[in-house]
Design a protein around this ligand. Sequence first.
Ligand code: ATP
Length: 236
Amino acid sequence: MAMLEVKDLQVYYGMIHAIKGVSFHVNEGEIIALIGANGAGKTTILHTITGLLTPKGGQVMFEGKDITKTPAHKIVELGMAHVPEGRRVFAQLSVYQNLKMGAYTRSDKNEIEESLEMVYKRFPRLEERKNQMAGTLSGGEQQMLAMGRALMSKPRIILMDEPSMGLSPILVNEIFDIIQSVSASGTTVLLVEQNAKKALAIADRAYVLETGKISLDGNAKDLLNDDSIKKAYLGE
Ligand code: ATP
């Protein structure tokens, strides 16, 4: 059984049919990339999975449970964390306070403390800046904070929306290394990216989204060598 399964998803914004029957799955332990151009519907799919949008049709299954109509905060409790596009850190709160917010569904203080240590170990820069206001962090540091905050809920799966957006090439590499290490430590990853080259390089499998539909899917290494992908998404 897949850890996450999306079946024939249909999402509308008013009259606009944004997602037109999308199906895909994520197995436990995988890194799955969802790639596609601007406006293809990647963010809409993530928002529908995490309960921020309600689909008109279709189903979202998480660990065998139908979560299609489950509210967002309950979905976090089930073990799914979302790192939103554009980071969305709480600018007026410190790094430490932002991280604590990520653990809002948990109550065991010792376990929360352990997660905090784990996040600081993974992101030493966040520990150095723990008392700094999040709004004053650089873009890369805010991305790390958004990822750290998501990890504070101790998720079984983490959904990331364009983590490389607006970052320098060096920072992009750093963020992708961290995604791989998060995966290696046992968290399943669904990664939404416009940076197809980077995403395909670390993913196990990938799905290509074009105007609300999956146009292609397969092994990430095969897609990296696919001529149509090279032309449309890799600039080759
Ligand atoms: P990007 O990388 O630019 O975020 P995306 O692949 O994530 O693109 P979405 O943001 O999911 O794409 O948008 C999919 C489609 O739905 C687009 O045509 C967009 O204009 C439309 N859309 C998104 N949000 C809304 C909204 N709140 N109201 C109306 N239409 C919307």
